[in-house]
Design a protein around this ligand. Structure first.
Ligand code: TXA
Ligand code: MG
Length: 346
């Protein structure tokens, strides 16, 4: 199969019209969102949804998010729209917030992996919204990466994983947020199943208490079952070993330097995910500045691209722990999962 790559700016009309037609025909199309690139198919067509699972090599028990272009579309996907959902949608949609609530009968089992809830979001991205409108149906879309690999934040990343396997990639340039949407369960006390661009602090202002699923920052114990099936799989993982170093910026950076020097003697190829504040500690070593520790949004925006860029050239990567406030929580969630929860104290 030839994969066509359309530029979302120069060829906007063509790209979304073709994408919409392909989705209607049961095909799978990659498209940009404000979080990461998605691999989209007709969310009401079980066969099209099964193609997504096959392409990604995704475990069948990990449900998908339905993407809508209008807030009112949730009415036919959920059994009802609870007031708390309405408040969140009014304030934060379109945006990087996925809401999980009881599903209606039109949602196929393939989307929900048999759960009685369905996850829905309205992306804050012109091309994504135009594509969903052109498709004239909810679009089921996971991140457009092979299962287990870092999520794609550039069209090039999608091609790395799917060139020749899907008919169309719509190239919208780099994704603004860089990590996937916040997934919030609305059954009982609102609970964050996966942190993302919409922070716990933002949610609490709107709806009061918001809980955090324990799986966000801790590996699941033997036999424990997660409230979000996606939490149980190793995720975002580079093929290199990744180690997170806990402690203050200065202590972590000093320890990382020491560890790199030791590992280099053993002949290992090391790289460091540095921040603006710590780069001076790493002089003479191989490092990538991923952002500013005081502005975790910048760290989120660059994490996955940095992991992909180091692919094949480093076999041991070190990263610094950052605080959990605001989008620091989403950053640490992705970093710890990419590291398989391997941490050391500075
Ligand atoms: O930003 C995003 O959300 C991106 C873009 C493409 O929109 N999509 C994305 O999809 O990250 P995916 O499939 O990679 O992650 C969906 C997450 C998984 O952790 C999954 O387990 C969880 O949402 N999820 C989906 N439906 C659920 C449900 N009914 N209950 C609990 N968790 C659910
Ligand atoms: Mg994913």
């Amino acid at each position: 199969m030839l994969t066509q790559c359309f530029n979302a700016c120069a060829q906007k009309e063509n790209a979304t019209r073709l994408g919409g037609r392909l989705i209607q025909a049961g095909e799978v199309v990659a498209f940009p969102t404000e979080t990461v690139y998605g691999l989209g198919a007709d969310g009401l067509n079980p066969e099209a949804v099964r193609k997504i699972f096959e392409l990604k090599g995704r475990p069948g028990d990990n449900p998908l998010i339905l993407h809508v272009a209008r807030k009112s579309d949730v009415r036919r996907l959920w059994t009802q729209v609870p007031p708390v959902a309405q408040r969140l949608m009014d304030a934060l949609w379109p945006g990087p917030l996925t809401l999980v609530y009881q599903r209606s009968d039109i949602v196929p089992d393939e989307v929900t992996a048999g759960l009685d809830t369905v996850a829905v979001r309205m992306p804050d991205h012109k091309t994504a919204l135009a594509l969903i409108r052109a498709a004239e149906r909810p679009v089921a879309a996971p991140s457009a990466n092979i299962s287990g690999k870092p999520s794609p934040t550039l069209a090039e990343h999608v091609l790395e994983d799917f060139d020749g396997r899907i008919p169309l990639v719509i190239d919208g340039g780099p994704c603004r947020v860089g990590v996937e949407s916040t997934v919030l369960s609305l059954e009982g006390v609102p609970t964050i199943l996966r942190p993302g661009g919409v922070t716990r602090e933002m949610l609490e202002v709107l709806v009061g208490e918001v809980r955090l699923s324990p799986a966000v920052l801790h590996p699941l114990g033997e036999g424990e079952s997660p409230s979000s099936p996606g939490m149980k799989y190793r995720h975002y993982a580079p093929s290199a070993e990744l180690v997170v170093v806990n402690g203050s910026a200065a202590k972590a950076a000093a320890r990382i330097r020491q560890e790199v020097e030791r590992a280099e003697i053993e002949g290992r190829k090391c790289a460091i995910l540095a921040t603006k504040q710590t780069q001076s500690f790493y002089r003479g070593k191989r490092y990538v500045i991923i952002g500013d520790r005081d502005c975790p949004d910048t760290l989120c925006a660059n994490l996955f691209a940095a992991l992909r860029a180091l692919e094949g050239t480093a076999d041991l990567i070190f990263a610094e722990q950052v605080g959990l406030r605001d989008s620091g929580l989403a950053f640490m969630n992705r970093l710890l999962r990419a590291a398989g929860f391997q941490t050391i104290e500075a």
